[in-house]
Design a protein around this ligand. Structure first.
Ligand code: MTE
Ligand code: MO
Length: 310
């Protein structure tokens, strides 16, 4: 379904072809049957949505694993801070400015975006990894759907993302030690890949604010910090856009940030991680290249030296 070609036309990307739909139904049913840690009502609600063909069959973590400890520096640098403070964020109304090298630029109300893409909303049960790992059943839609509707120009090579800047509600943004707003970027082929989603929920609930409500990126083969939260701006560009962690510590965080056990962070090994939810003494497990999504995404990086372009 997805082809990696430099001359890829956006009209080539058909979000819902018959083949994909059939596979989704199968993957969705099989995946949900194995949804061990999600119980009763949540499970029934999840049944209402199709699963992505890319969903893992591994058990999902619990809601309690995913929501009390987060990184969201706009609400403080401590892991419990976002759960304590993110309720101050007003997420309705919300609009997203889509611009740069597109033929349909505009400032779109989130509900209008969701009306457009709502038929594609499904469950994406993805592994997410950093020094820890979780399996999260995101509700969302392919970023490619939104980009295709913006009608990119041929010169667009990257996609830049920006988080809301509203220090009144996000007190962390009053700190001058961080370059606000949080920004991130993807190369166009990464952004158009069907594994790259914009999430609006988890466990068929609205996205908790600490997890990046009302709209956040999820790129499951990259380290967690690429998944920018509370997005208000998406800009297609010709040049590689800035990325917050790369701006702050370029020697430690590259633009690509692909999960790669062969490339150590200068201050720690990235060869293994600790699964969340396995208890305090859970053993570290080996981290897989591209977080286990190599079959789907390795071809995007053919010929690139991933030790240099980390
Ligand atoms: N705007 C914004 N987005 C952000 C961050 C942040 O501080 N601000 N932290 C990142 C980091 S470091 C991680 S690990 C993930 C955490 O996402 P989660 O809380 O849903 O696990 O969000 C990423 N997105
Ligand atoms: Mo992180």
């Amino acid at each position: 379904m997805y082809r990696h070609k430099t001359d890829l036309k956006y009209s080539d990307i058909t979000p819902r072809n018959a083949f994909l739909n059939r596979r989704q139904v199968i993957a969705g049913a099989a995946g949900l049957a194995a949804a061990g840690s999600i119980g009763g009502a949540a499970q029934a609600k999840l049944m209402a949505k199709k699963g992505s063909p890319y969903s893992t069959s591994e058990d999902a973590n619990s809601f309690e694993d995913v929501t009390p400890y987060n990184n969201f520096y706009e609400f403080g640098t401590g892991k419990p801070d976002p759960a304590k403070h993110a309720h101050k964020l007003t997420t309705d109304p919300w609009s997203v400015e889509i611009g740069g090298l597109v033929n349909n630029p505009g400032n779109y109300a989130l509900e209008d975006i969701l009306k457009e893409v709502t038929l594609e909303e499904r469950i994406y049960r993805f592994r997410c990894v950093e020094a820890w790992a979780m399996v999260v059943p995101w509700v969302g839609f392919q970023l490619s759907d939104l980009i295709a509707r913006a009608d990119p120009m041929g010169s667009a090579r990257y996609v830049a993302f920006e988080t809301l800047h509203r220090p009144d509600e996000m007190h962390g943004q009053k700190s001058k030690s961080f370059p606000w707003p949080y920004v991130e970027g993807l190369r166009m082929d990464e952004a158009m890949h069907p594994l790259t989603i914009l999430a609006t929920g988890i466990y068929d609930e609205e996205l908790p604010k600490q997890n990046g409500a009302p709209l956040r990126l999820v790129v499951p083969w990259k380290y967690g910090f690429k998944s920018i939260k509370s997005i208000v701006k998406i800009t297609l560009t010709e040049k590689e856009p800035p990325a917050t962690w790369n701006l702050i510590q370029p020697g430690e965080y590259g633009f690509y940030s692909n999960v790669n056990p062969e490339v150590d962070h200068p201050r720690w090994s990235q060869a293994s991680h600790r699964p969340i939810g396995g208890g305090l003494f859970a053993k570290r497990v080996p981290t897989l290249k591209f977080n286990g999504y190599g079959e789907e995404v390795a071809s995007l990086y053919a010929g690139m030296d991933l030790h240099k372009l980390y």
